[in-house]
Design a protein around this ligand. Structure first.
Ligand code: IDP
Ligand code: MG
Length: 155
């Protein structure tokens, strides 16, 4: 089992589609291990988007990510990092495939509704960045045996 980080960005909060986005993950069978609303600031965004600080759009990205609070989700499942990334779709929402969240809900490269960790290593770092250990809950929903067969769990 893996846990991955999702941020519903201000574009998702402003568009009032947080429930729709969270529903997709719930319907898929991902387990919500943590969820909270938080106001990001430049300090945390400089860490989170360290790979983009030199890009010309970086100031605009910071502005966009701080205009409202975000909703942070920790989602658990088998291969959760890759499953959530596939559900998220490619960065530019206009080019993201229909059926992905960005493909179905967005029209912008920057205002692309959500962030999702891109690797197991990133997920570990990002979960520690956005959640305290006591904000993550390791429970097993009663539906668990209908979500996974034993061979899924041994994979
Ligand atoms: P990702 O969110 O699909 O992992 P990254 O390359 O890590 O994509 O970029 C982080 C975020 O920065 C994107 O989700 C998007 O909001 C913004 N971004 C990336 N590239 C561009 C761009 O070319 N123009 C404007 N914003 C961008
Ligand atoms: Mg990224």
């Amino acid at each position: 089992m893996e846990t991955t980080l999702v941020l519903i960005k201000p574009s998702g909060v402003q568009r009032a589609i947080c429930g729709a986005v969270i529903s997709r993950f719930e319907q898929k069978g991902l387990i919500i291990e943590g969820m909270k609303m938080m106001q990001l600031d430049e300090k945390i965004l400089r860490e989170h988007y360290a790979h983009l600080v030199d890009r010309p759009f970086f100031p605009s990205l910071i502005e966009s990510m701080t205009v409202t609070p975000v909703i942070a989700l920790a989602l658990r499942g088998v291969n959760a990092v890759n499953v959530v990334r596939e559900m998220t779709g490619s960065t530019n929402a206009r080019k993201a495939a229909p059926g992905t969240i960005r493909g179905d809900f967005g029209m912008s490269g920057q205002e692309n509704i959500l962030h999702a960790s891109d690797s197991i290593e990133s997920a570990e770092k990002e979960l520690a960045r956005f959640f305290k250990p006591e904000e993550l809950f390791n429970y097993t929903p009663i539906t668990f045996p209908a979500i996974y067969a034993s061979d899924d769990l041994n994979a």
